[in-house]
Design a protein around this ligand. Structure first.
Ligand SMILES: NC(=O)c1ccc[n+]([C@@H]2O[C@H](COP(=O)([O-])OP(=O)(O)OC[C@H]3O[C@@H](n4cnc5c(N)ncnc54)[C@H](O)[C@@H]3O)[C@@H](O)[C@H]2O)c1
Length: 363
């Protein structure tokens, strides 16, 4: 399903990026993880571009194993001649005749609730899957994006906040989050090796806490959890003291920066992509509580039944975006406090529209 907010976000972005996207006209773009939060957003953006701005349509291949992502999220694209769906575990061989010109490789198990449950599948998609996609890219790919994570920094030394790309990280190789953090690190190493050995035009993106319309409400990450509680009338429950910080990036900003990188010549390079406005989890919960109702909904702190919930949880997370700003001339539109409030309000409006259509339960 596409909501009015998503439609508007994607139409605005398509218009803004129209000149940059021109080289994609008539080309094949493969999106892995296409029914997930970010994959479906890229897909909607490019479908929106095709519908109104492309001289000859981009051929979109939407690949997913459909185990975590929701096929219903992209079912509105069924029947379009410019979109092909491919049920594919990315760690298994791709069809022989698939030769994408561009690849946006997002397949992964991103939510801590899911990757703590499926550590081996998480490692498989990040390592075997990425290697397989890199092999596919060797067929004739002009540019590929591979999505790592800000989690490769682990719990950074406070001297490295905001965190620049050169920081090497403070990561446990055996803790409950290690299956994700360490395999994302190897994902980056693989991309670097393919660039060095074969001059493969791959760019590595480290996303920092992206949120927004299209993220599954039962995804288990903090923003959907807060939204679900808000729609049910509260209370908003935090399974921590709320003092840890994050820097939340609205999806449209994230997709915008990523597309600039796809169309750039920054081969073999790594970029932080996010928002550099750092805020505590308690403050974010307070904003959602106020957006949802007047007077604001209550916020409560409880202990999680999952004993690993807070183990190795980073205390602070904030990107240094200097490289991205300087090289791509990009800045978050939904930045600072006002931008975050606007992005959260759009996200809540999206979930309310989904609930009104009966797609998700507001209870
Ligand atoms: N959203 C964020 O804030 C964030 C932050 C850091 C990194 N990332 C990375 O960005 C990527 C996309 O994140 P997202 O938030 O859209 O996650 P998501 O969970 O919403 O989507 C991931 C998609 O990948 C698919 N998938 C998983 N394993 C697969 C496999 N073996 N073969 C094919 N498809 C498979 C899932 O079904 C799902 O549709 C992930 O690699 C994630 O690790 C995201």
């Amino acid at each position: 399903m596409i909501t009015g907010i998503l439609r508007e976000d994607c139409a605005t972005l398509a218009q803004e990026l129209a000149d940059r996207l021109r080289p994609l006209n008539g080309r094949t773009v493969l999106i892995t993880g296409a029914s997930g939060f970010l994959g479906s957003y890229f897909l909607d953006l490019l479908a929106s571009y095709n519908a109104r701005l492309a001289e000859s349509p981009i051929r979109l291949v939407a690949a997913d194993n459909f185990k975590i992502g929701l096929p219903s999220r992209i079912e509105h694209l069924v029947g379009r001649t410019d979109v092909a769906f491919l049920r594919q575990d990315v760690s298994k061989p791709f069809p022989e005749d698939l030769r994408p010109d561009y690849i946006i490789h997002l397949a992964g198990i991103a939510s801590p609730s899911f990757y703590r449950t499926w550590p081996l599948e998480t490692i498989a998609v990040n390592v075997d899957g990425t290697r397989n996609v890199l092999e596919l890219a060797r067929r004739n790919c002009r540019s590929m994006l591979s999505f790592s994570s800000s989690e490769i920094y682990g719990d950074p030394d406070p001297a490295h906040i905001p965190t620049g790309e050169a920081y090497r990280g403070n990561v446990s190789s055996t803790g409950p989050r290690a299956c994700y953090d360490e395999s994302k690190r190897l994902n980056e190493t693989l991309c670097t090796a393919y660039n060095t050995l074969y001059s493969l035009p791959v760019k590595v993106i480290r996303p920092f806490n992206v949120y927004g319309p299209g993220q599954r409400i039962d995804d288990g990450r903090i923003i959907p959890d807060l939204m679900r509680a808000a729609m049910a009338g509260g209370p908003l429950v935090l399974f921590s003291d709320g003092r840890a910080t994050r820097s939340f990036c609205y999806a449209a900003d994230f997709v915008h920066a990523s597309m600039l990188l796809l169309m750039s010549d920054a081969d073999g390079e790594v970029f932080n992509v996010g928002n550099d406005f750092e805020i505590s989890i308690a403050q974010v919960a307070g904003i959602v509580a106020e957006l949802a109702a007047t007077p604001a909904l209550p916020v409560e702190h409880r202990l999680s039944a999952d004993l690993n919930y807070l183990v190795d949880n980073p205390n602070r997370r904030c990107p240094d975006l200097g490289k991205l700003r300087h090289r791509m001339g990009w800045a978050p539109r939904f930045g600072l406090a006002a931008g975050l409030v606007e992005g959260l309000a759009r996200t809540l409006a999206h979930y309310r529209e989904e609930a009104a259509s009966g797609r998700i339960s507001a209870a």
